[in-house]
Ligand binder design. Structure first.
Ligand code: SAM
Length: 386
């Protein structure tokens, strides 16, 4: 077998080498690729072989009805354009919008999509089915990225990183429009539904558990920290007084009622509290730093990691993990040559975060908050900082 997929291969060479394709997607494989709030959608979803999909999820999403417009797609595709052939991990595959565009654009790339939400997994499998063995979608949290990659390499019979390099990892964080749209998922402050908000409906406490179980001070800290809510304490007081709360619309009313009448702010009055609850319920920020570090560690030289964040808590983590990887953890005083032996793992492709252009922001409200950052993995033989 001579075919080696190198991240430094010219972009113009778009044909996936036939031998490499066979190696990477051998015949033993059964590939299983199968805006904000609006009206609920319904549809049939199917799980992949060997996967148990909760009954609730089966009534949730099929690709056609999984509404989600991929954010900053042009920018993501441009960042992926210089990559050589190999594997891309879409760590938050959602409905497969970014994934589909990547696979369409580059026939020398294969994709492993991860998502913790069984409805997203079903929708992405259906949407990516036409790419056959080039695409696989697995139900997994992104903090299991290393395990998922190892399992993928084992399934494809290519343990050698040089033969089957990981050339890119994409994180498009937060919730999908689909999750917000389906009232029963309990993410939306606009639609009445159960206070749930779990991306994986089989795991962890629901938003109702948090709202009804946490003390007032802890709720206030949550709303302040993860919602950046100025009136966190008075909202927490009102929430505790109104308990028990089991419905999204009732909680939204309690929050709105707790705000001073004179306050005029952008967006729905409950937006920040709902964001904070969602972050806590899904442990969103806890999983992120390690997942970014794992992604960087797994990338082949020249490979790229691109992250789209939607609130400042997420973006701070992305910025910090990228900075850490770009300095190699150097502790030397700024301006002096590095004497601590730190080796940078990446170079920053974005000095500060990038935003969607005004047309995209106008067309897709989700794009308004998006902050994109990207890094490129350096060669391990790179000289230490000097
Ligand atoms: C913004 S959507 C991704 C949309 C996708 N890029 C597209 O174009 O269709 C984010 C997805 O990430 C998933 N997600 C969020 N946190 C996750 C985690 N820790 N592990 C795996 N999936 C996660 C959500 O379930 C959701 O489907």
């Amino acid at each position: 077998m001579s075919a080696v997929l190198s991240p430094s291969r010219p972009v113009t060479d778009l044909g996936f080498p036939p031998d490499a394709a066979k190696l990477a997607f051998g015949s033993s494989l059964s590939a299983n690729a199968g805006g904000d709030d609006s009206a609920p959608r319904a549809g049939a979803a199917s799980g992949g072989p060997g996967e148990s999909v909760p009954a609730g999820a089966r009534a949730g999403a099929s690709a056609g009805r999984f509404a989600h417009e991929p954010v900053m797609l042009t920018e993501v595709l441009a960042l992926f354009a210089p990559l050589g052939g190999g594997l891309v991990i879409d760590a938050t595959v959602g409905g497969g919008g970014h994934a589909q565009a990547i696979l369409e654009r580059r026939s020398d790339l294969c994709l492993l999509g991860l998502d913790r939400d069984p409805e997203a997994v079903a929708a992405a499998r259906e949407r990516l089915a036409r790419f056959g063995e080039r695409a696989r979608v697995e139900r997994a949290r992104f903090d299991r990225l290393s395990d998922a990659l190892a399992a993928e390499r084992a399934r494809r019979g290519v343990a050698d990183r040089a033969v089957f390099p990981l050339v890119a990892v994409l994180f498009d964080l937060g919730v999908s429009s689909h999750q917000l749209d389906v009232a029963e998922r309990g993410f939306s402050y606009r639609h009445g539904g159960p206070l749930d908000m779990r991306m994986d409906p089989e795991v962890g406490p629901s938003a109702a558990d948090v709202v009804n179980g946490w003390g007032e001070a802890r709720l206030a800290a949550l709303f302040a920290e993860h919602g950046e809510e100025r009136f966190a304490r008075r909202i927490a007081r009102a929430v505790v007084a109104a308990r028990p709360l089991f419905r999204t619309d009732v909680l939204a009313e309690v929050v709105a009622g707790a705000l001073p009448a004179a306050v005029r702010r952008r967006g729905h009055p409950a937006r920040r509290v709902f964001q904070a609850l969602r972050v806590a319920v899904n442990e969103e920020l806890e999983q992120l730093p390690g997942a970014i570090d794992d992604a960087i560690a797994a990338l082949a030289p020249g490979g790229r990691c691109v992250v789209l964040a939607y609130h400042s808590g997420e973006d701070r983590i992305v910025k910090e993990r990228f900075r850490q990887a770009a300095t190699g953890g150097c502790v030397c005083p700024p301006g002096l040559p590095c004497g601590c032996g730190a080796r940078p793992l990446v170079r920053l492709l974005t000095r500060s975060s990038r935003q969607a252009n005004s047309e995209e922001k106008a067309a897709n409200p989700r794009a308004d908050a998006a902050r994109l950052r990207a890094v490129e993995r350096l060669d391990e033989t790179e000289e230490p900082l000097s």
